[in-house]
Each structure stands twice: as structure tokens, then as C-alpha cells.
Ligand binder design. Sequence first.
Ligand SMILES: [Zn+2]
Length: 159
Amino acid sequence: MPTKLRAVGSQEQELRALLNEVPDAQVVCRTRHDWPFDKARPGRVLPRGISARPQADGTALIVETCGRCGTERRYLTGAGGRLDEISTARYHHPADWVKIPREFRAGPRVFRREQFRRLEEQLSVLVARAVAQAQAEKVPVVCQGPPPVPAVKFQGGIA
Ligand SMILES: [Zn+2]
């Protein structure tokens, strides 16, 4: 048992050390990239950051680049540029991208927490100001958490 606890603790320390190496843009992008396709609308000019590169075999590579971290998302069309045969996406990260091994299971929640940790100073000031203002105005601070579950009375009888 103590061995397992030690292993978990050391894994957390390893993850912490890796997270410390992650650039700010990557922390945000691990929860959501800034893809140009997300801003594209039918009938309008495509946003910057989307390009097509013809390939020797007659297909084309459609590339979009994240506006925040520089990761590229690439799709390959079918022959002659057929979009109805588009491949699944492949990702190419920038050189400073910190790889975190799968064993750490560092998903979006881990990076959202890391984002909050890095913004702790600014967020603390924001929260303190809001609380102070509410107290000065004597506005009751309302809990925005989930509503309490109402008690259910048993109304059925035994058939
Ligand atoms: Zn990104």
C-alpha cells in the first residue's frame, strides 16, 4: 500500500514538472485550439490560416493552423481534390510543444486547472473585488451551484 501511494505521489510530481514546461498557449490549446475552420461561414471568404497544398498524386492537403499555438491540422482530399473523400485529421505540433505521455492521463480538465493555477493572481483579484463590491452594496451573494434536490415524499400505496 505505501508503495502504491508513493508511486501515485511521484507521478503527480512528474506531471507537475512536465506542466511547468508547457508554454501558456499550449495550456489553453489543450482545452481548445483556435482553429480557423471554427470561424469559417458558408458564402464568406475563408479566414486566414487555411491553405491547400497540391500533392504529386493529384490529392490536395488542406492545412489549418491554430492562431494561438501554431499547431497544424491537416486533411488529405481524394484524387482531384475531392472533398467527399477527405481523410481524418492529422496534427503537427510546433517545436516547443511539450509532449505529456499518455500514462499521465492529462486531459482537458488537467489543463483547465493549470490555466486557473497560472491565472490565480488575476482571478483572485477579480473575485475579491466582486465580493467587496457585493458587500459594499449589501447585495446578498447568491450561490450559483446546483439547486438542492427536493425531498420526495412517497405517495404510493401498496397495491
Ligand atoms: Zn492551438
